[in-house]
Design a protein around this ligand. Sequence first.
Ligand SMILES: NC(=O)c1ccc[n+]([C@@H]2O[C@H](COP(=O)([O-])OP(=O)(O)OC[C@H]3O[C@@H](n4cnc5c(N)ncnc54)[C@H](O)[C@@H]3O)[C@@H](O)[C@H]2O)c1
Length: 382
Amino acid sequence: MMFSLRSVRNAAMSLPVFSRPAVYSMMREASRKVQVCTNGNDTTRRVGVALFGLGRAGTIHTDNILTNPKLDLRWIIEENLDLAKQFVHHRNLSTTTIQPKDMARALTDPNIDFVVVATPTSTHLSIVTSSLKAQKAVFCEKPVASSVDEIKLCYDEAEMAGKPLFSAFQRRFDPSIASVKKHIQTGAIGKLHVIKTCSRDSQSPSRDYILNSGNTGIFGDSAVHDIDLVCWLAGETPSTVYATGHAFIPYIKEAGDVDTVAITLRFPSGLIAIIDMSRHAVYGYDQRVEVFGENGMAVVQNMQPTTTVHWDKNGLHGPRLEDFFPTRYQEAYKRELEHFVSVVEGKTQLLYHRNDAILTLKVAEACAESNRQGQAIPFHFD
Ligand SMILES: NC(=O)c1ccc[n+]([C@@H]2O[C@H](COP(=O)([O-])OP(=O)(O)OC[C@H]3O[C@@H](n4cnc5c(N)ncnc54)[C@H](O)[C@@H]3O)[C@@H](O)[C@H]2O)c1
């Protein structure tokens, strides 16, 4: 039997205080059943989710799905079925776990409203297009696919299906970075002259991850975060791209990739962006952004788990930086998921579009080419 939240609350108010707890538990249950717009029909149930890939990114999204009362994680599709089964067992979940060869079971479930794709980038194209063909909205880890052509295929499919396809560049949803964007939009920084970002991972990814991270190596896999951020903050597309990189880590060199990169983007307005990145920083996850313009500067500083510092005869000591992306961008991951849920519910418009996804990977491809050629190359986006 289903109760509306309002009818349950009214019933509770008319009862004596001692009998309210049971009714309040019914209210909690009622509040978990949100209005979902499925195929144009209103139904009262939670938003159904199927998640592909329970690795580093997938675990972050799973935690956020499970703590979001609007969402119902019905399926986990994972190559390593034992891993998924153990996860579900330890968390005492009723989620069904299957391997990708059986994904049709999840995609034909009428109670699935969207899928989360958090598998290696090389697998995205087939999962994203199959999900859209099955009329599911798609929240996809960045980048949506390994090449610009593949990204276009994914968005073509989304347009044919009439379903949203979200490319999860979470930094746009980070409260500090979002406030820099507001400073730019309100004119507080004035005409932009320079944007600098520094992104250094605290641990380099595994050899397998590097081998599956796409055709453009670090540029398409990791620098895309900074490229997306810089182009979004700039509000224009670059006209020249220069990138240079080096491999200090042997298995990254063997894979033909680089782990340390400097990128310079020049924009038509004269704005210059500088991206400094590394796959490995011994002191923690280094994430800084600086926007400098005619009226001043906005800076996003590094985050640390605590702000406690300690002075002694040797000087000043403080905590390490946030360990890695799951903690540094914890709030951003939550907010991007909430944004997407709101899009699926039909309450808001998607904030990230086809051209954003194409631009970001096109610049990354140009960076890889510039690094190969050892020179700056002109860039044009139409
Ligand atoms: N937004 C971010 O901050 C961020 C951070 C890390 C990774 N990523 C992105 O997330 C994606 C996954 O990266 P990761 O670091 O989590 O990788 P990972 O290697 O840690 O995890 C991938 C998981 O997917 C599983 N898998 C492989 N193929 C599969 C398939 N066809 N179907 C279902 N499961 C499959 C693997 O067994 C593994 O458990 C990549 O696209 C990457 O670019 C984004």
